[in-house]
Design a protein around this ligand. Structure first.
Ligand code: ARG
Length: 471
């Protein structure tokens, strides 16, 4: 329960005779969430106080006292002894109130030419900038794991699917590198978001700027921002930086979810392409044989949670008149949760990929099923017999039908059966009907052949700073 004595010291309490109700306090307080921005809040206050002193808005002595008090606050935070108090509402008032307890009167000068509206969004931009960096580092680690594994399986043939129907043989290395490409774009989206958000709202004050002769360039520079934001109304009310970060995460999580789905499929008895290590499998409490891919399934589910966090924030912002409104307080809960969820997902995926084992035989056998080299046969007819592709497609379709009737795959179909449909075919046709030959033939840039995939692996290893041993 809130202590009425402390409540009486409400920072904004001057014009009120009665205390806020307990429920008002509960709905209003954000400290449980925004205490994660304590370091950013202190950094913002340091920069602001230095600037106030430099511009002779506060005295050098007051600034010294403020900086010393903030040092102590950092020590308390690191030691876990900083007193976060719910009756002080949010992190900004918690830090300022503690500063007052430590240094007394000069603490009251820190909030000159500043409002919580520009303060909170300064903290939040700093936090999001750091979180985007961490998300990128997580994705880099996953890319490294994928590239390392791809390098081991550049020539492992597996079925490539469209409509989840066997389409053409591909190599597992090629398949894994597809995710490396996706994650590269995800990384790029995070980098773009981090760059675009890097403008300082500090000094916008409540919404209209301030009459004090502040130096916004100085605080922007001190906090590592590229420049001060050019419009104070925009500065305190814009949250598109958070939306952009969440959308980048939602897309990246979507990619993780697709890979997770493949892991779920591959590790089933029906596919049997892969086996998760013990560390990344879970058992069933009733069925002793089970090795469940729970982490992959959770990654799949979490992708929608993150997309939901984006949608929730978009909903909160879309009808807000300028400038600040308290709806914006919940931006942090959504954003923190999305980054936490994403960070966990990407780490779990990295762990699974590092330790998963692949079953080359099962993949090869599956690749040979479903007449997966039919396109190679049609291409062969075009190349060797100069048939128009449409005719070759038709003839191949008839050969596939014959193979199906005989219960044989194309590479095992007797030559006579093929010649009954196209008499000009010779033994030479078998050179294109194996899954290895099919994959090896696809040497177009970006194609699945082990040669091309090996080149891509080398390039990725270089880009990611991995050893380029290469066999
Ligand atoms: N805790 C608030 C938030 O997170 C800080 C800004 C409060 N500003 C205000 N005018 N009440 O948005």
């Amino acid at each position: 329960m809130a202590d009425k004595q402390t409540q009486g010291q409400q920072m904004w309490g001057g014009r009120f005779a009665a205390q806020p109700s307990d429920i008002m306090q509960s709905i209003n307080a954000s400290i449980d969430v925004d205490k994660r921005m304590v370091l950013q809040d202190v950094a913002g206050s340091r920069a602001h106080a230095d600037m106030l002193a430099e511009c002779e808005i506060i005295s050098a002595e007051d600034n010294e006292a403020i900086q010393g008090g903030l040092d102590q606050i950092l020590t308390e935070v690191a030691a876990g002894t900083f007193p976060y108090r719910v009756e002080l509402e949010d992190i900004h008032m918690n830090v300022e109130a503690r500063l007052k307890e430590i240094i007394g009167e000069p603490a009251g000068r820190l909030h000159t030419a500043r409002s919580r509206n520009d303060q909170v969004v300064t903290d939040f931009r700093l936090w999001t900038r750091g979180a985007l960096g961490e998300a990128q580092a997580g994705m880099r680690a996953l890319q490294k794991a994928l590239v390392a594994r791809a390098g081991e399986v550049t020539d492992a043939v597996m079925p490539g699917f469209t409509h989840l129907q066997t389409a053409q043989p591909v190599t597992l290395g090629h398949h894994l590198l597809a995710y490396v490409e996706m994650i590269e774009r995800d990384n790029g989206r995070c980098a773009d978001a981090a760059q675009r958000l890097n403008e300082s709202p500090l000094g916008a004050a409540a919404l209209a700027g301030t009459g004090f002769p502040i130096d916004r360039d100085m605080t922007a520079e001190a906090l590592g921002f590229d420049r001060p934001m050019g419009n104070s109304l925009d500065a305190v009310s814009a949250r598109d930086f958070a939306l952009e970060a969440l959308s980048a995460l939602a897309i990246a999580a979507t990619h993780l979810s697709r890979l997770a789905e493949e892991i779920v499929l591959w590790s089933s008895a029906q596919f049997n392409f892969a086996r998760l290590s013990d560390e990344w499998s879970t058992g069933s409490s009733i069925m002793p044989q089970k090795r469940n891919p729970d982490a992959a399934e959770l990654i799949r589910a979490k992708a929608s949670l993150i997309a939901g966090q984006f949608a929730s924030l978009q909903g909160a912002v879309k009808a807000l008149p300028l400038a600040y409104a308290k709806d914006l307080q919940d931006d942090k809960r959504l954003t923190f949760e999305a980054f936490d969820t994403f960070g966990l997902s990407v780490k779990a995926m990295t762990g699974m990929i590092e330790t998963i084992s692949f079953n080359r035989e099962a993949m090869r056998a599956a690749a040979a099923k479903g007449f997966s080299t039919a396109t190679d046969l049609a291409d062969y007819l075009v190349r060797e017999l100069k048939m128009p592709f449409r005719d070759a497609h038709h003839v191949t379709g008839r050969i596939v039908a014959a193979a199906e009737a005989e219960g044989a795959e194309l590479e095992a179909l007797p030559l006579q059966s093929m010649q009954a449909i196209e008499p000009r075919l010779t033994e030479d046709v078998f050179s294109v009907l194996s899954v290895e030959a099919s994959a090896a033939s696809r040497q177009s840039y970006g194609g699945t052949s082990p040669v091309r995939v090996g080149e891509q692996v080398d390039q990725w290893k270089q880009r990611l700073g991995l050893e380029t041993d290469t066999a």
